[in-house]
Design a protein around this ligand. Structure first.
Ligand SMILES: C[S@@+](CC[C@H](N)C(=O)[O-])C[C@H]1O[C@@H](n2cnc3c(N)ncnc32)[C@H](O)[C@@H]1O
Length: 285
């Protein structure tokens, strides 16, 4: 049932039960934040599908994840916007590129950045893909793969890598093992000439708290995160593969009000830079 679908008899559509637990359930938290942001009078991210998804899903968002949080929802909106802009910059130069969205959950980036020509490959764990396929519309240029991002066979599914490929990993890499993260980056560098990869990362103190089960969002305990990267260590990613030609920080887009300014400029203040999530762009020769 695509969101917004209305039965012909004028009754409300039946809602789809979201039965997720463990890691896949975290996709409902990021969706909740984007939908809360979309509901703001002056949203940083235009994401009407996120709002429609919240209405289409039978899940106790507020009871389970807490009420809308102005900081989390704006950060989430700005993070998605930062990824969107990087994808748009790439597809401006490679309009028929494939965008591979690893761990995509219920992100709706395809509908925000589609140029009418790109292809989109969404990769997530089977539970997450089952929900995605049930509640998001199909599209002829959009494919969904139910498998782990650590199973590198998704690279075989990219139709025409010579037209360009940009891989996104939003809210994913921190949950993988460091060896898996390095293998994914190395495989992209090896097999996607001229391609790019965008990922976000968490600092070590946050990943450690998750492993101790100490970060809770409402009733949800954030699952253990295994991979961390301090912004100062970004340059170490060059050592993963010789075809990595650029490793660059992407600064968050400008946000709203004082909070938005803080989010945009926190990377300029060392004490905040070392404790904040960071977005990184890698390019391949
Ligand atoms: C925090 S959510 C982020 C979802 C989405 N990218 C977003 O920003 O809204 C983490 C996502 O990673 C997915 N995930 C976790 N481990 C994965 C793996 N090994 N391979 C693929 N996806 C994975 C989860 O199912 C979930 O969709």
């Amino acid at each position: 049932m695509p969101p917004g679908h209305k039965p012909d008899d004028g009754t409300q559509p039946a809602r789809f039960k979201a039965k997720l637990s463990g890691l896949p359930e975290t996709l409902l938290w990021t969706l909740w934040n984007r939908a809360c942001e979309a509901g703001h009078a002056d949203p940083v991210l235009d994401d009407p599908l996120a709002t429609a998804l919240i209405q289409a899903l039978d899940y106790p968002f507020e009871a389970r994840l807490g009420p809308p949080h102005p900081l989390f929802s704006q950060v989430q909106g700005l993070r998605s916007l930062t990824f969107d802009r990087a994808v748009l910059r790439y597809t401006d130069r490679h309009p028929e590129a494939t965008v591979v969205a690893l761990g995509e959950g219920l992100e709706t980036g395809f509908w925000r950045v589609d140029n009418g020509r790109l292809r989109w490959l969404s990769v997530d764990l089977p539970e997450a893909v089952g929900l995605r396929c049930a509640v998001l519309p199909e599209h002829p240029r959009l494919r969904v793969l139910a498998r782990s991002a650590a199973d590198l066979s998704w690279l075989d599914e990219i139709d025409a890598p010579e037209r360009g490929t940009i891989v996104t990993a939003q809210g994913l890499m921190m949950y993988l093992r460091p060896r898996e993260v390095r293998e994914i980056i190395a495989a992209c560098a090896e097999r996607l000439p001229g391609g790019a990869l965008i990922l976000d990362s968490m600092p070590r103190w946050i990943t450690r708290l998750t492993r101790e089960g100490k970060i809770r969002i409402g009733e949800l305990t954030i699952p253990p995160m295994h991979w961390s990267m301090a912004p100062g260590d970004r340059h170490r990613l060059y050592s993963v593969h010789p075809r990595i030609t650029e490793v660059r920080a992407l600064t968050m887009e400008r946000g709203r009000g004082v909070t938005g300014r803080f989010i945009q400029y926190q990377h300029l203040v060392p004490v905040f830079r070392s404790i904040s999530p960071a977005v990184t762009l890698l390019r391949f020769a």
